[in-house]
Design a protein. Structure first.
Length: 195
């Protein structure tokens, strides 16, 4: 037996709804899945007016980005940062992603113009290795590290950005927003005298 829940008014209305098809648009942790499961279990023994009743509950998922979408994101991110950079420097990038984990990592390296990136060639192709590398780097510098999706870490001439693999995180707008955030962070740390 499941523990008794105290539904608020909207949840009560949803639970008591007698409609055959119900669409719910609600935020995370609002009780949609729990209410749907309990409703399904309660409905199973009830005789239906239609033959051979079938039950189907579906929830939306974020479609994962494709490799080509992530490559386009990276190209726009680097080209935007390079347009804003001084003539002496350039930004090179690579992406490590693991669809089974739902996490991607963008690795950016600042080099002198027309210089090949030195850190990119030996970088892990596996997201877990990349996170492990990042963890060791951050622990040496700061003592602790917890992976949080959507975090940007600046370390010497490298920038690491962890992102969920959902398409909305790899759009043109996301690339421009990330470029803006990176530039703003660099400018404010330069103004404070940080490297």
């Amino acid at each position: 037996m499941w523990p008794r829940l105290r539904y608020h008014k909207i949840q009560q209305d949803l639970y008591r709804c007698s409609k055959r098809f119900v669409y719910v648009a609600a935020g995370r942790q609002s009780g949609k899945t729990e209410i749907a499961l309990r409703h399904l279990i309660d409905c199973l023994p009830i005789k239906k007016d239609w033959p051979n009743p079938k039950y189907f509950y579906a929830g939306p998922t974020l479609k994962q980005s494709t490799e080509s979408r992530r490559a386009a994101f990276l190209q726009l991110l680097c080209s935007t940062l390079n347009q804003w950079a001084s003539d002496d420097y350039q930004v090179n990038g690579s992406i490590v992603a693991d669809p089974s984990l739902g996490v991607g990592m963008v690795i950016l390296e600042k080099t002198r113009r027309n210089e090949n990136p030195t850190q990119m060639t030996g970088y892990p192709k596996n997201i877990l290795e990349a996170i492990d590398d990042l963890q060791h780097t951050v622990i040496k510098a700061h003592g602790t590290f917890d992976l949080v999706r959507g975090v940007t870490v600046f370390h010497k001439n490298l920038i690491y950005i962890t992102k969920p693999l959902g398409q909305r995180f790899w759009t043109i707008t996301a690339a421009l927003n990330d470029a803006d955030q990176i530039a703003a962070t660099i400018l404010t740390s330069s103004a404070r005298g940080e490297e």
